[in-house]
Design a protein around this ligand. Structure first.
Ligand code: CMP
Length: 140
């Protein structure tokens, strides 16, 4: 299995409850390594740009409100089959559907305040990583 990278966000509901370490620990225990990390307060422009793919969805405005409501931690994660590994440990988007032992089952408050984001493909991982990180900020 190839070692690849994925992009992760620890969302405002999790930073607000001081869960950055707990979430990162679950990512590390799942075999992922943090090779870049920064805590930022997303601007409206960044949130709208990052989630542009959801622009036509009814929840887009509220999603951008939520993602700019407090600090987030953006991270690049590395590991074998990183996109799938991360999605497996995150659990389903809606915490009501998330499996036991996943981050969202453990911590998410709702489908919107669902504690973490993770890329859904290698192609989108590369786009999302480049949205927030310069190559020299990633140290594997
Ligand atoms: P994320 O992986 O960050 O990608 C888009 C986000 O939209 C998703 O996680 C959810 O937090 C959020 N969202 C809010 N409402 C919905 C909804 N009804 N269906 C899907 N995603 C939603």
């Amino acid at each position: 299995m190839a070692v690849t990278r994925t992009f992760s966000i620890i969302k405002p509901d999790a930073t607000r409850r001081n869960l950055t370490g707990a979430v990162t620990s679950m990512l590390e225990n799942a075999g992922l390594r943090v090779v870049a990390s920064k805590r930022i307060h997303m601007t409206r422009e960044q949130a709208e740009g990052f989630y542009a793919v959801h622009k036509e969805r009814p929840f887009y405005g509220e999603l951008c409100d939520f993602m700019t409501s407090g600090p987030v931690v953006v991270q690049v994660l590395e590991g074998e089959d990183a996109v799938k590994r991360n999605r497996d440990v995150m659990g389903a988007t809606n915490p009501a559907d998330a499996a036991e032992g996943t981050i969202r089952k453990s911590f998410a408050e709702s489908i919107e305040a669902n504690s973490v984001h993770g890329s859904d493909s290698d192609e989108n991982a590369a786009i999302e990583i480049a949205f927030f990180f310069k190559p020299e900020e990633i140290v594997g």
